[in-house]
Design a binder for this molecule. Structure first.
Ligand SMILES: Cc1cc2nc3c(=O)[nH]c(=O)nc-3n(C[C@H](O)[C@H](O)[C@H](O)COP(=O)(O)OP(=O)(O)OC[C@H]3O[C@@H](n4cnc5c(N)ncnc54)[C@H](O)[C@@H]3O)c2cc1C
Length: 376
């Protein structure tokens, strides 16, 4: 593929003239139920123009794009206020996992509908007792004469209410990593109940998922029995590709904050200073990210963990600044006020994709070489 700058120009030209499905906006990694139709139509357009699943191999419809090219694409999409893809889980997690561990038949039937947007996937990993410590997953998969029976509960499952497939982590053996296996779950299977959870900004992007005696075919297993931990860790980190493009939204938010502060008569020297500090923070983040991408740092690596930590704290600081700009009026505003919505959404950033405390552990152990945390 051409170098990242040439590719960026090509993408920018395409985005300037590409048709926009009605109601499409940059909704982030997961569509709300209201975004599904526009997001799916957008993915079909991306697939047609070969901008879907850029990192996939050519024979599966991708472009084998470098991290720098994927990052440039994400940033151009953010500038154009469109999502870089329909949703995160299918293209970035399930697809690569199927190609690395799945059978030819799984790849032949499941990959193309992800690329074209026909299928939405969800990630069935976290449970009420297993989040940061994912190895303590308790949902059980028992082998039977004609496949598997699954029992358990998942939580915080983004997109589950609209998904056609789930990537499931379940226990097929004893405790610990070695007892875990990964499965493809058609979400319409009998025994699956999805209950949306309402977030504090009023949206319901994630869900509780109950699995009661769910029967899966033998070929639902991905890779070998006991290979679930390798599958789970292979999927971590790709959402960090958007860390740099998040700067686009943060800079837009700072503009909105200045406009709101002016309108509310609150743009004093103190707030001006804070806006400048936040602006510098965003550019520091953007430059550090650019360097990591140029050096070819893998998104799952420890350097991206540190970037994730800086990005989320900057995001939250900007959320709080929005409240300073609105003053007491923020208390009377609902989530239809963009600055209030941004502040509420910012809180999830230090939890999703690995919490800040876990990133600090990674920073301490893998970058600073500090002793490992004692195991309880
Ligand atoms: C917006 C959003 C979307 C999500 N989407 C999905 C999804 O689609 N699929 C899915 O499977 N999951 C999803 N998650 C869940 C997410 O992966 C978990 O919330 C995350 O891994 C943390 O797990 P937990 O919530 O169980 O918290 P816990 O792991 O119980 O952590 C609680 C607190 O303890 C701290 N802590 C835990 N262990 C340590 C340690 N060793 N050292 C120091 N501090 C520690 C944590 O930092 C945290 O502050 C989503 C979460 C959010 C917020």
């Amino acid at each position: 593929m051409a170098n990242a700058d040439d590719f960026r120009r090509e993408v920018r030209d395409w985005l300037a003239t590409a048709p926009r499905p009605s109601g499409l906006h940059d909704y982030g990694p997961t569509p709300t139920p209201a975004d599904i139709t526009a997001g799916r139509a957008w993915q079909a357009l991306l697939a047609e123009a070969r901008y879907a699943c850029l990192h996939w191999p050519r024979e599966r419809g991708g472009r084998e794009a470098s991290v720098a090219e994927q990052a440039a694409f994400a940033e151009e999409c953010a500038l154009a206020d469109v999502p870089r893809q329909f949703h995160l889980v299918g293209p970035d997690l399930a697809g690569p996992v199927l190609m690395a561990y799945g059978s030819d038949e799984q790849c032949d039937t499941l990959l193309e509908p992800i690329r074209t947007g026909e299928h939405l996937w969800c990630q069935l990993f976290s449970e009420p007792g297993a989040g940061s410590d994912l190895a303590s997953v308790r949902t059980r998969a028992v082998a039977t004469d004609d496949g598997w029976v699954i029992d358990g509960q998942k939580v915080w499952t983004s997109g589950a209410a609209d998904a056609q497939y789930g990537l499931l982590l379940a226990r097929t053996g004893g405790p610990g990593h070695a007892g875990l296996s990964a499965f493809v779950v058609p979400m319409g299977t009998a025994g699956i109940t999805v209950r949306p959870l309402q977030q504090m900004n009023g949206e319901s992007k994630f869900n509780e998922v109950f699995l009661d005696g769910v029967r899966l075919a033998p070929d639902a297993l991905i890779g070998a029995e006991g290979e679930g931990w390798a599958v789970a860790t292979a999927t971590l980190g790709r959402e960090r590709l958007s860390l740099g493009s998040n700067a686009v939204g943060m800079l837009k938010a700072l503009d909105e904050i200045v406009t709101a502060a002016r309108a509310h008569g609150r743009l004093d020297d103190h707030l001006r200073g804070e806006v400048v500090d936040a602006w510098l923070g965003v550019w520091l983040l953007r430059s550090t990210w650019e360097r990591a991408v140029a050096e070819g740092t893998p998104p799952g690596g420890p350097a991206f963990s540190v970037l994730k930590m800086i990005s989320t704290s900057t995001y939250q600081a900007i959320g709080d600044l929005g409240m300073e700009a609105l003053g007491l009026d923020a208390l009377a505003s609902e989530h239809d006020e963009p600055l209030v919505d941004r502040m509420l959404v910012a809180h999830a950033q230090t939890i999703l994709g690995g919490t800040t405390e876990i990133q600090r552990n990674i920073l301490g152990e893998r970058i600073l070489g500090l002793p490992r945390e004692p195991k309880p």
